[in-house]
Design a protein around this ligand. Structure first.
Ligand code: SAM
Length: 459
């Protein structure tokens, strides 16, 4: 199997006692955006000094800026079923937690989607617990169709990333046919003994089957896959190496690695206590995790959720995060319940409770460009085609105009006076920076068209 525990432990051992000169050499290589070897990553991980961290954050920030500019992609999760046959010790949906399970009807899905659309969302991550009987693949596929078909005034969902449990090639083919965006699955932990301990006696407990899920997804022609680790279960150093090995395996076997990496940190949930988990990562370690991923796999998006506080989200956007969720509910039917009654018990607790409008305004004030763009996969820019464009640096020529166009759409449809002003300022400033003359011209024309009522324009 491609996650060799002895190899990871050995390479982490070799990474110890690295000099600052070596760190600077590694960072020089990282700066040229060619990625890093396992040993180089291990050396960065093992050198947790103030001087090294400062240098790591600086270079990660420069890479982030060069590849992603100030853009931040916005999304929201949508939970449609909390039936679950698993016993993940850390999860509020675990089968032993006693609460009334349910899945949304078509009408309820439509209600949730309309609420998300009224917040301006265009991109969602579809989330379900694992239950092959109560929430089978037909239900998931039907939910996807329903979501894509639900519109609210100018609002529609243009990209559905799907986070369902590891499954078969046949079922991944069904997802592919639904035109999903990225198939997302967190390994939770690459450390097999920990994996087996936190998934006792359940379907998800098969480490190898879970680990090879992306192989099956790619065999089914899903070419954008998003990995992740639930940080806090096992030693974060081991997990970072696990992510690297997994990414390399996909690159070798299928020619393209992770499209995105998610970095969820363990939160308090129903039926579990954080004090039972000895490997929780500190805020400082978390920042290092984000920065080291950015250095090691510069072209892979990094996704951050509202599990993190507003302050932490703002900071790690500078070191590498490229996508954030906004206004999230992690309960089934949560958007309606929140609209009607306020918060309630969810899969886990979130730390950032601001509305998307508040988040967008703050991002703009901090110099970021929130993007609701979903153009890539709709234009066939997926898998290695996306990676080639990203690596050539040409990505700016499509991402920047698309970010500005979708931001203008958001401001016109969902913004107040303050937001409209912030957006107008950013557009005036940023259109100037679009490189290719023909694309700059097209962007200007499209921005006018959007003002006049047209929607969903992109390059
Ligand atoms: N059921 C799907 C599976 O088996 O992969 C995944 C969907 S689950 C709704 C999404 C993710 O939430 C999980 O993969 C896990 O990493 C994360 N999660 C579960 N409990 C959590 C907790 N207490 N704190 C933070 N994240 C948690």
């Amino acid at each position: 199997m491609f996650i060799n525990h002895d190899y990871i432990e050995d390479i982490l051992e070799q990474g110890k006692e690295t000099s600052m000169d070596e760190i600077h050499e590694i960072l020089k290589k990282a700066r040229s955006k060619q990625g890093l070897t396992h040993l180089e990553v291990a050396k960065l991980i093992q050198t947790d000094t103030e001087e090294a961290n400062e240098a790591i954050f600086k270079i990660a920030g420069e890479i982030k800026q060069e590849i992603y500019g100030n853009r931040v992609v916005i999304f929201a999760p949508l939970y449609v079923s909390n039936y679950c046959v698993n016993s993940c010790t850390y999860c509020g949906y675990g089968r032993d937690n006693d609460f009334k399970r349910r899945k949304l009807t078509d009408a309820e899905i439509q209600e949730e989607v309309k609420l998300l659309e009224s917040m301006g969302h265009k991109r969602i991550a579809l989330e379900v617990g694992e239950d092959p009987v109560n929430c089978d693949i037909d239900y998931v596929c039907h939910a996807i169709d329903t979501i894509y078909a639900t519109e609210n005034k100018n609002g529609n969902i243009r990209r559905i990333n799907v986070n369902i449990a590891a499954t078969t090639v046949e079922e991944y083919k069904m997802l592919k046919e639904r035109e999903i965006g990225t198939y997302i699955l967190f390994q939770e932990t690459y450390h097999k003994p920990t994996y087996e301990q936190v998934h006792p006696k359940c379907l998800k407990g098969d480490y190898d089957y879970h680990l090879t899920a992306f192989d099956r997804a790619m065999q089914a022609d899903i070419d954008d896959v998003g990995g992740g680790v639930l940080f806090g279960l096992a030693d974060y150093k081991f997990e970072l190496m696990g992510l690297m090995l997994h990414n390399d395996h996909l690159e070798e076997a299928f020619g393209v690695g992770f499209h995105t990496i998610s970095v969820p940190r363990l939160q308090k949930a129903e039926g579990m206590n954080l004090s039972d988990y000895p490997n929780l990562v500190t805020d400082d370690e978390f920042k290092r995790i984000v920065a080291i991923i950015r250095l090691a796999v510069p072209f892979t998006g990094i996704i951050l959720s509202t599990r993190e506080s507003a302050g932490m989200r703002k900071e790690v956007l500078n070191y590498g995060v490229s996508q954030v969720s906004a206004g999230s509910c992690t309960g089934v039917g949560g958007y309606k319940e929140e609209a009607e009654f306020g918060k309630k018990v969810d899969q886990f607790e979130v730390a950032d409770h601001r509305t998307p409008l508040e988040i967008i305004k703050e991002l703009l004030r901090d110099g970021f460009i929130p993007s609701y763009c979903t153009a890539c996969y709709r234009s066939g820019r997926t898998g290695d085609r996306f990676m080639r464009l990203a690596k050539s640096g040409q990505i700016h020529n499509v991402c920047q105009p698309n970010a500005l166009m979708t931001l203008q759409e958001f401001a016109l449809d969902y913004g107040d006076t303050e937001l409209k002003e912030l957006v107008e300022n950013v557009i005036n400033k940023e259109v100037v920076n679009i490189g290719k003359a023909n694309i700059k011209e097209l962007t200007q024309v499209n921005l006018e068209k959007i003002k006049n009522g047209e929607r969903d324009l992109y390059v």
